[in-house]
Design a binder for this molecule. Structure first.
Ligand SMILES: *[C@@H]1O[C@H](CO)[C@@H](O)[C@H](O)[C@H]1NC(C)=O
Length: 505
């Protein structure tokens, strides 16, 4: 049996290698195939998959192009995800014209056997004779099983996964692959910006929510578990459908993935009849936001440079336009602040909350949505946003407004610089000049009319790293947006500083 499975696997594997040039026809159930008569043509494989969702079997048939058969030899799409009870890839014409069976977990209990009313006395007698010893036996058996399971839990878990996997792929599959690995494979193989939608849906629907970790204007953020790992789930209220859609759209911008931008996993809208639940699933970072971290901890020279440099790297990637077919449009964040930046395990930043971002179409020099003028957080609004002089037709003006906010975030970090046990407590920018939850008018008076900026203390000059940070901030805060540094320039300056200070990043 094992031999047969191995040789079958080898045959399939060879089929992948040798069939690569000729086209293959497959049955197709997705919406795009409706006009082609439920068929699709591919240079890769045909796929059939059956999942059970809310008690209903769903059959999906589709084409998988060569570039989606990653990693080679063990394509992710050909494996069963947890909700995908049965998934199958094959390499001949219309070979996916099959309905995979969902393995039934529990067999329905059989009917009562031969005991009619006449057999009752026999039953009672039987029970009397057998029950005592049987009961003891069961007890022993249970105890044994419990002990066995207790010792072999980890081992058992692995075994169970393999038994459940109906395909033969597991013969050469590494079972310890995490979601991050899978997404990394997909995004570096050139197949776009993340998981395809039907996989996103399956992932989202097999997440178990654990605890609420935040609330915002859009809804709630939860920590959830998927395949033994943590994920963050942002749940939008149904009236925020547009925000949900917009944020999902931005995160799925091609080539957006970057170590300093929050990793997007899945978007799902689940209609339960009375209301729609809108989910956005992303990487989970246990340190939480930069704002929370700075509240709790002061930073060393190294910590400060790492946070600042990684934030600049993320923003530079966001702003940058990459040309070519696999290119990326320039993106401006429009709501950059310490609450929207997450701190990763290695103490670097990941920029999050792209719901208000705008993308630049350089071919037509337009912005992909009509930008309503003043969005974002009032405290972090650039002077030209506060007094509405910003040129919204010019994409670069939004980038300049981001840089102003980055300068404020740097000030928050630098204030927490710990020089031999001495450091200031955490404060929001302009804490000493405006009340909490300031109005636009209050902000405008301070930032535009009085032209005030957060205070850069004189003693900062005595530490090289702080001196450089202070200089960067000033150059991020010019009233004239065009005069401010670019994210790339900030990144380069901080890279030099990190080399100078001998910091590995
Ligand atoms: C798959 O496509 C073939 C060819 O068009 C067709 O005959 C067959 O009925 C299709 N199978 C399913 C299950 O739709």
């Amino acid at each position: 049996m094992a031999n047969l499975r191995i040789s079958l696997a080898v045959v399939l594997f060879q089929a992948v290698l040798y069939r690569s040039s000729d086209a293959l026809w497959c049955n197709c159930t997705t919406a795009e195939c409706e006009k082609t008569g439920s068929l699709c043509e591919t240079d890769g494989a045909c796929m059939a998959s059956t999942s059970v969702f809310e008690g209903q079997e769903q059959h999906i048939r589709t084409c998988l192009n060569q570039d989606k058969l990653v990693p080679p030899g063990q394509p992710f799409y050909c494996r069963g995800a947890e909700g995908y009870v049965n998934t199958h890839c094959c390499y001949t014409d219309f070979c996916n014209s099959i309905d995979l069976k969902v393995p039934t977990g529990t067999t329905s209990p059989g009917h009562d056997g031969g005991y009619g009313p006449g057999g009752t006395w026999g039953l009672i007698q039987l029970v009397a004779v057998v029950a005592g010893p049987l009961f003891l036996l069961c007890l022993l058996l249970l105890l044994g099983m419990f002990l066995y399971q207790y010792h072999q839990r980890a081992y058992n878990h692995r075994q169970r996964l393999e038994v459940e996997d109906p395909s033969c792929d597991h013969l050469y599959l590494a079972k310890d692959r995490t979601l991050q690995d899978l997404i990394y494979d997909l995004s570096t193989s050139g197949s776009g910006s993340g998981l395809p939608l039907f996989v996103q849906r399956t992932v989202a629907r097999t997440i178990v929510l654990q605890e609420i970790i935040g609330k915002g204007r859009f809804g709630e953020v939860w920590r959830g578990r998927w395949r033994g790992g943590d994920v963050a789930v942002k749940i939008f209220s149904s009236r925020e459908e547009r925000s949900w859609f917009r944020e999902a759209e931005i995160y799925q911008t091609i080539m957006l993935r970057h170590e300093n931008i929050l990793g997007f996993i899945a978007a799902d809208n689940k209609d339960n009849g009375t209301w729609t639940q809108l989910w956005l699933v992303s990487d989970y970072h246990e340190h939480g936001s930069l704002c929370d971290s700075l509240h709790r901890y002061s930073v060393t020279t190294e910590g400060m440079i790492k946070l600042a440099l990684s934030a600049a790297s993320g923003l530079a990637h966001l702003h940058m336009e990459i040309l070519g077919t696999q290119g990326k449009p320039g993106i401006a964040h429009r709501d950059l602040k310490s609450k929207n930046i997450l701190v990763k395990k290695n103490c670097t930043c990941a920029i999050a909350d792209l719901g208000l971002a705008v993308r630049h179409d350089s071919a037509t020099d337009t912005i992909d949505i009509a930008p309503n003028q003043r969005v974002g957080t009032k405290r972090y609004m650039a002077p030209e946003v506060l007094d509405e002089t910003i040129n919204t037709r010019h994409f670069d003006s939004f980038k300049c407004a981001d840089i102003y906010a980055l300068g404020l975030v740097y000030w928050e970090i630098a204030r927490r610089f710990n020089s031999g046990g001495v450091h200031e407590e955490y404060q929001l920018p302009y804490f000493d000049l405006v009340p909490s939850d300031p109005s636009i008018e209050e902000m405008r008076k301070v930032v535009c009319d009085q032209k005030l900026r957060p205070n850069i203390a004189n003693w900062w000059q005595s530490y090289e790293a702080l001196r450089v940070m202070g200089k960067i901030m000033r150059e991020c805060w010019y009233a004239n947006g065009a005069a401010r540094l670019t994210a790339l320039r900030v990144k380069k300056t901080l890279s030099q500083l990190s080399v100078q200070e001998d910091i590995k990043v």
